[in-house]
Design a binder for this molecule. Structure first.
Ligand code: COA
Length: 159
């Protein structure tokens, strides 16, 4: 199984290569990924592949909320548990940062992503109609994060 690690500047090319997984018009620019890599209260996680990166996710902390900004696995590396590993590792970071919930936006018809998030304990709290484009709606999902103190006594484990 691939190890999850924190991204470094040298991963920028690999992160850009992963953007090919998104439709044109939904791809992030190099500038966007640079902002994730260097921005304050950001956390970019990656999984190495044989050549380049197999998967990546980026999180940002804002008050007591961590937003999952983006998650992607290259097409050949899907259904091997990489995205789930990234979410779980990001969740531990969020917990260590003192956040008590994680939020994300996902296209309401993105079945693989919705299934991933559901399996990771997220639930839908709202819908933003026409968020991505006319007729392309977003679902807002949330997952509660137990505090570190609770985890320390064996309750509210992250899984
Ligand atoms: C969504 C995405 C990140 C999932 O990545 P992944 O590494 O294949 O996901 P995992 O292997 O960790 O899957 C974990 C669980 O998610 C669910 N899941 C993932 N892909 C699925 C699919 N195509 N169909 C149904 N369920 C799926 C399953 O419950 C899966 O567990 P299982 O394999 O034990 O059944 C990947 O499909 C992707 O990169 N899509 C394009 C980019 C994207 O849409 N990103 C999300 C919005 S920003």
């Amino acid at each position: 199984m691939n190890d999850v690690r924190v991204a470094v500047m040298e991963d920028l090319a690999g992160l850009m290569a992963l953007e090919a997984s998104f439709q044109e018009g939904q791809r992030w620019s190099e500038e966007s990924w640079r902002s994730e890599l260097f921005g304050p209260r950001r956390h970019v996680l990656v999984c190495n592949g044989r050549s380049g990166l197999d998967a990546a996710a980026t999180f940002s902390l804002s008050g007591d909320v961590v937003d999952l900004h983006r998650i992607v696995t290259s097409a050949p590396a899907r259904r091997q548990g990489l995205a789930r590993q990234l979410v779980d590792t990001g969740m531990i970071w969020a917990q260590e940062m003192g956040a008590n919930r994680m939020l994300l936006e996902v296209e309401a018809t993105n079945a693989p992503a919705l299934s991933l998030y559901e399996s990771a304990g997220f639930h839908r709290i709202a819908e933003r109609r026409d968020y991505y484009a006319p007729g392309v709606h977003a679902s807002i999902l949330e997952r509660h994060i137990p505090s570190v103190e609770i985890r320390a006594v064996g309750e509210g484990e992250l899984s």
